[in-house]
Design a protein around this ligand. Structure first.
Ligand code: C2E
Ligand code: MG
Ligand code: MG
Length: 575
């Protein structure tokens, strides 16, 4: 064991030497220095296992000595030697990362040796913990904590030195798919290979960190400006053009990158991380495999998002929401087959806000869950009201967002609401999106069957726009396909529109599903759809979404289920 004994008092040094030699013999290799200056030299030259440090040297105080030693040899354990009477100081020094202290002349060689061994063990554990807390265990590169510490320092340096720095945020495109389909082991291999590519495409002094999952960041200090940063981003994207070789598989993976500059965009480390993250999402939205610089307008967009989120919560509390009902018409006889409930938001300042503007925000924040519950409750109350007025109420379709549907107790919640309002489940049709059903899992199948068993009807909304794996149609108990209005719109421009509507309708017929075409605006669309055998239609051609008053009037008329102005339909109308 190599010991560096830093002690200016010759008697003290001799005493310690003698004590240690008595128990350690030749196994101990003791070097002595008597000043901090010579200690620094010795540390640079030699490879020591431990330092025994006298707290009072002629050329430095104890605290300074500890700091100097830690700078040169951060992993070296230190045991301080105090005289009688300054133990308090020794204890204080312990808090600066010293591993132990000994009071000189108290104790024999065995005690001193035990203290040394203990200090070495303790330092090793500290180093390990420090490493685990600051490095990513899979790839061995710094983790988020390390990056944040460095960012703090780098932003301070940039501010003081008038220099620029940049933060690059990288996320692999569709990594989840790779992980889910090829397994975690290959996913891990891929991440390690990605780290190698990243290391090869950045400059030597740049800090690469893994923030978690498939997210990485690169801290670029001392840069001239955006062009230099752009070059690094291009370099990285270029490195992803070659496929990765994992075992016997070749895999091509791309990445999306967000970039932010300091001091231009911000000085605050957390804000920088946030900005780079926002820019990365924009890169994803631009179609992935690209990079995007953060801009102030993005920041404003995020602020708008948060304001909208706050307003949504207030909106529900203050009853700013209401529902409109759009009729679904049976193409055969033009009777009203059902009504789709559509959410509207009357905001005191924003005015009337369409669902396209707030449903996505509500979904992202999870607020759609209470909002969706409110919709279902409102529909149930409405049904009861109309029924109590003696009206013949058609079935009502309610839109359900994916996260609502993916709640573990969704079936129970729905049944509860229907029960509470005394509404017959067959009165309600739930419109689910294709993305809700993307994962063909047991839970989803159980949930759909639960709803079916409870007596509700299930429709796929905007069919054909999402994930068109038709397998699920056979496996899940679906009643209705709703053809997205974009396909109906294409019917007149004949951009393959007829093809798609025709195909969807033939699928529906083959699987004995009912079909509803959305967004019918013109007679010709209606005719083509009827020719293809479409069952129902919905759209401005028949009626816009109606207020509950307007619906009430319509239902109150004797030929209640029919809409006016449809002479063709009247002819064929039943009863
Ligand atoms: P959706 O479920 O596909 O609803 C049909 C949308 O098409 C409605 O828009 C309706 O007003 C509109 N529309 C109806 N006929 C025509 C037409 O002839 N031409 C055109 N161009 N559009 C027509 P809206 O009410 O703005 O709703 C938009 C979307 O917001 C809905 O699409 C639905 O996905 C979502 N949404 C509405 N209410 C709710 C709700 O309560 N919960 C959830 N989760 N989503 C909702
Ligand atoms: Mg819908
Ligand atoms: Mg739709």
């Amino acid at each position: 064991m190599k010991i560096l004994l830093v002690e200016d008092d010759a008697d003290d040094a001799a005493f310690l030497n003698a004590c240690l030699n008595r128990v350690g013999g030749t196994a101990l290799d003791i070097t002595r220095t008597d000043r901090i200056a010579s200690t620094v030299d010795a540390l640079r030259d030699g490879d020591f296992d431990v330092v025994l440090l006298d707290l009072h040297l002629p050329d430095a105080t104890g605290g300074d000595c500890v700091e100097r030693i830690q700078q040169i040899a951060p992993d070296l354990p230190i045991v301080v030697l105090s005289g009688r009477g300054d133990e308090d100081y020794a204890v204080e020094i312990l808090n600066r990362g010293v591993q132990d202290y000994l009071v000189k002349w108290e104790g024999d060689g065995r005690i001193i040796l035990r203290s040394i061994r203990y200090a070495i063990e303790r330092k090793r554990a500290e180093t390990r913990l420090n490493y685990l807390a600051r490095y990513d265990s899979l790839t061995g590169i710094p983790n988020r904590q390390y990056l944040q510490d460095q960012l703090d320092r780098a932003t301070t340096r940039a501010r003081r030195g008038g220099k620029k720095m940049a933060l690059l945020f990288l996320d692999l495109d569709r990594f989840k798919v790779v992980n889910d389909t090829l397994g975690h082991q290959l996913g891990d291999q891929l991440l390690k290979a990605v780290v190698q590519r990243l290391k090869d495409s950045i400059r030597a002094g740049d800090l690469l960190a893994r923030l978690g999952g498939d997210e990485f960041a690169v801290l670029l200090e001392d840069i001239d400006g955006p062009l230099e940063v752009e070059a690094v981003a291009n370099n990285i994207l270029g490195a992803f053009t070659r496929p990765f070789q994992l075992d016997d598989r070749q895999l091509t993976v791309t990445a999306s990158i967000g970039l932010t500059l300091c001091p231009n965009d911000n000085h605050d480390p957390l804000a920088l991380l946030n900005n780079a993250d926002i820019a990365m999402y924009q890169a994803k939205e631009r179609g992935r495999n690209t990079f995007k610089f953060f801009t102030q307008s993005m920041h404003e967009e995020i602020l708008r998002f948060h304001r909208l989120e706050t307003d949504l919560k207030l909106g529900l509390a203050e009853e700013q929401f209401h529902l409109l009902y759009q009729p679904q018409i049976r193409l055969g006889d033009r009777s009203t087959h059902a009504l789709e409930a559509l959410l509207r938001w009357e905001h005191p300042e924003r005015g009337s806000v369409k669902p396209d503007e707030f449903v996505s925000v509500a979904e992202e924040t999870g607020y759609i869950v209470p909002l969706g519950r409110w919709v279902l409750e409102r529909v149930c109350r409405q049904i009861r009201e109309w029924e109590e007025e003696g009206l013949d109420v058609p079935r009502i379709a309610v839109n359900i967002a994916p996260i609502q549907f993916h709640q573990p107790d969704f079936v129970r919640q729905v049944r509860r609401i229907l029960d509470d309002h005394g509404v017959d489940p067959s009165q309600i049709e739930l419109e689910l999106t294709e993305t809700s059903l993307m994962k063909d899992t047991d839970e989803i199948r159980k949930c759909l069957h639960g709803l079916k068993d409870a007596g509700l009807r299930l429709a796929i909304d905007d069919f054909g726009t999402g994930y068109s794996c038709l397998n699920y149609l056979r496996r899940f108990p679906i009643d209705v396909l709703k053809i997205d209005r974009s396909f109906v719109a294409d019917l007149d421009s004949r951009v393959d529109g007829e093809g798609i509507c025709g195909v969807i309708l033939s699928i529906a017929q083959r699987l004995s599903l009912e079909s509803v075409a959305e967004g019918i605006e013109r007679e010709e669309q209606l005719k083509s759809l009827a020719e293809y055998g479409c069952d129902f239609g919905q759209g401005y051609y028949f009626s816009p979404p109606l207020t509950c008053e307007a619906v009430r009037k319509r239902l109150a008329r004797p030929a209640s289920r029919r809409l006016p102005g449809l002479d063709v339909g009247r002819r064929a109308a039943r009863g």
